[in-house]
Design a protein around this ligand. Sequence first.
Ligand SMILES: [Zn+2]
Length: 396
Amino acid sequence: MKTLIKGGTVLSTTGGSAADVLVDGDTIAAVAAPGVFTDDAADQVIDAAGKYVLPGGIDAHTHMEMPFGGTFSNDTFSTGTAAAAWGGTTTIIDFAVQAKGTTLLSTLDKWHEKADGNCAIDYGFHMIVSDVNDTSLKEMETCVGSGVTSFKMFMAYPGVFYSTDGEILRAMHKARDNGSTIMMHAENGIAIDELAAQAVADGKTAPVQHSFTRPPELEGEATSRAITLAKVTGTPLYIVHLSATQALAAVAQARNEGQNVFAETCPQYLYLTLEDQLGAQGPQGDSFEGAKWVCSTPLRSKHQPHARDLWRGLRTDDLAVVSTDHCPFCFKDQKELGRGDFRKIPNGIGGVEHRMQLIYQGVAGGQLSLARWVETCATTPACKRAATALSGSARS
Ligand SMILES: [Zn+2]
């Protein structure tokens, strides 16, 4: 089956130009000057006049059916990937989540069971390592052989996903030796848990406290520490869901010094704020309304320059990728678990369907070029996707 997409403006990492695209099966066979292919070259012709034609979006950070705080994020691989497709995203990279006391390989099997045969688009996995021990360190190599080439660790969530600096160091040594990348949730979870406990003891239990107790300084500190550990071990590092000016500064400095450090941000940090969403009042002045926007890292204050700096980081490539951290929970019965104690609100919000459009809004607003839109949302994460697909983990 051949499809000709003609008359559109084809976008790439060098910008846009008039071109026609010939697709053979699920492979792009040619991008040619307008008119090179006639309509009878294809079984199906799509008229793209007045439209952009761009590579399929790749969302490198999603959580379908993810267990968290006694519940599960409520998109399945089926519903979540259908939503992604509607929004122009043709590949997701989700996370297999190792629970403490279980192995990485049984975890990967479990996640393939959830996803295989249920996805509307291509997919691959990163592996969350939450139990660093001799077995899981050894298993990292087998994971790489199975196409999982990135391992996510947490400096936050003590007692759940948290790893000590020593454990991170051990995993980084392994990653360096087997050619994989360490992804880091960089927030100082020990300090955050203390601030959160103090807030609750003072009777401050509303969702807005979620951000007040996770200040940007503690994201900046953890990001710097992760970068230092990566430097000491000689390991590639990818900082996930970067939200704060302080963290961006640390990444920019490391990149300027030539260190192999990358970072992503997410649309919520570019558009939503502590004041307008997390601090929102619901009907009858219910301050719990803000639970809808509890995610980690948290939304930041609009009175600080975080969002402006993140847009700049996307322009200058200090931020290489825009992903969503898609992890939706219903308000009723899920977010409501944290009524009276913001610490119990499941962390996460949705976005997999809207990422491409939201970042295009930055192009419309003059903050980003068309080329950077394509790079941050499609072609840069494609490098990761290609590595995964080659070794067989991305299945559709
Ligand atoms: Zn995440």
